[in-house]
Design a binder for this molecule. Structure first.
Ligand code: SP5
Ligand code: ZN
Length: 385
């Protein structure tokens, strides 16, 4: 497997409120270090360490604006330095929200508070999404990994500056070691350790840069923004990807399916009844498969078969996998009975049922740091590429 990594993703280092305690965030730089070490030692995979150029960063931010409000992006980028300047935070500390956005306020127009301290709560929905001094750099580096993964798969034109494209014209899948993860944040609220939706940014990249896509509609003046490509998202993180679901809920060209802990974080989404807007072409393009706390791998596999059959029926051009290892039996945030060898079966099952579907795999959660490496290697062994 070709694996993309950027050391800048290690800079983001923050705190979270978990169980009434303010602790170092479980979503830590050590997670990626452990994975990178394991991949290097295995010798079975091609690890490419990249670094986003200024141009890459600009492109990534522009692509992110298709999925997030510009003022939200601006907030995430600048809030730490604004707090620092005002003496609200010290250089080694993190921005955390104080007062969250009110919902359904009668007769009030919802707008960002003038107070920069209060604004942190307008643009977040929980307290596991702190912003440290270098968070922004990691957030952009993480999203850029998703962009580069898409460019690699998108058969970009040969005059593209994409350095990988010439090397791998027949690439079938790529894994990006994104950190921070992306599937929980919404268009204007960070949450669940997520700031930019890396999966949504991947899809935007495909839509804008796929060469064959452009060729298909050469006479259409808007051809670059008109996409006939279809995408299937398979969310294997323990938690429901509320942000990803929301981004594509109305979109009939994107199928989202998720297997996740029932009634677990993020608590308000993930029910099987969320199937897409009724009486619209997008109805049926959202498939939530909640699983009870303590479920076995057998029960998990039954749901996986349902998810994969639905993807087969949808008939996507690309598969996107939100890969989380918080389904592991000892994960502090997950509650399934899944063990290291099961990840191999999981990946094998995906490949067996979705043959030849090109895939971009993005890392989401997984918090047992000293087992992450072997769990990922097990998954990749089952994927066989
Ligand atoms: C990407 C990802 O996996 N994000 C998950 C973030 C989950 N954060 C909140 C978990 C809440 C668990 N509640 C624990 C109560 C105290 N023990
Ligand atoms: Zn998770």
């Amino acid at each position: 497997m070709l694996i993309l990594h950027d050391e800048t993703t290690l800079l983001h280092d923050t705190v979270e409120l978990l169980g009434a305690k303010l602790i170092p965030a479980q979503e830590s730089p050590a997670r990626i270090k452990a994975i990178v070490d394991a991949v290097k030692h295995s010798g079975n995979h091609e690890l490419r360490t990249i670094s986003a150029s200024e141009e890459d960063q600009k492109t990534t931010i522009a692509l992110a604006k298709a999925n997030h409000k510009p003022e939200y992006i601006e907030h995430i980028q600048n809030v730490f330095s604004q707090w620092l300047k005002e003496g609200l935070v010290e250089a080694h500390e993190s921005v955390l929200p104080e007062c969250f956005r009110l919902q359904n306020v009668a007769n009030a127009k919802l707008r960002p508070p003038k107070d920069i301290y209060a604004r942190a709560g307008y643009y977040a929905f929980d307290m596991s999404t702190g912003i440290s001094k270098n968070s922004w750099q990691s957030i952009v580096a993480s999203a850029n990994l998703a962009v580069q993964a898409a460019l690699l798969m998108a058969e970009a034109p040969t005059n593209s500056k994409n350095p990988f494209q010439q090397n791998s014209p027949k690439l079938k899948s790529v894994l990006a070691l994104c950190r921070p993860p992306g599937h929980h944040c919404t268009g204007s609220q960070a949450g669940g350790y997520c700031y930019l939706n890396n999966i949504a940014i991947t899809i935007t990249t495909f839509r804008q840069f796929t060469h064959s896509q452009r060729l298909r509609r050469p006479s259409n003046p808007n051809f670059a923004s008109v996409s006939t490509l279809k995408f299937a998202i398979l969310d294997l993180d323990f938690h429901h990807g509320n942000g990803t679901q929301e981004q594509f809920y109305m979109d009939p060209t994107v199928f989202y399916t998720s297997i996740h802990g029932q009634d677990e974080f993020p608590y308000y989404t993930g029910a099987a009844s969320e199937q897409g807007p009724s009486n619209s072409p997008a109805f049926g393009t959202n498939l939530n498969l909640p699983l009870k706390t303590g479920s076995s791998f057998e029960e998990y596999l039954a749901k996986l078969h349902i998810a994969l059959s639905a993807i087969q029926q949808f008939g996507a051009d690309h598969l996107l996998v939100s890969l989380g290892f918080d389904t592991f039996h000892t994960d502090p945030l997950g509650k399934f009975q899944i063990e290291t060898q099961d990840y191999k079966v999981m990946a094998k099952t995906v490949r067996a049922m979705l043959k030849n579907l090109p895939a971009v795999i993005l890392l989401e959660g997984g918090y047992v740091v000293d087992r992450l490496g072997e769990n990922l290697l097990s998954f990749l062994a089952g994927w066989e590429e």
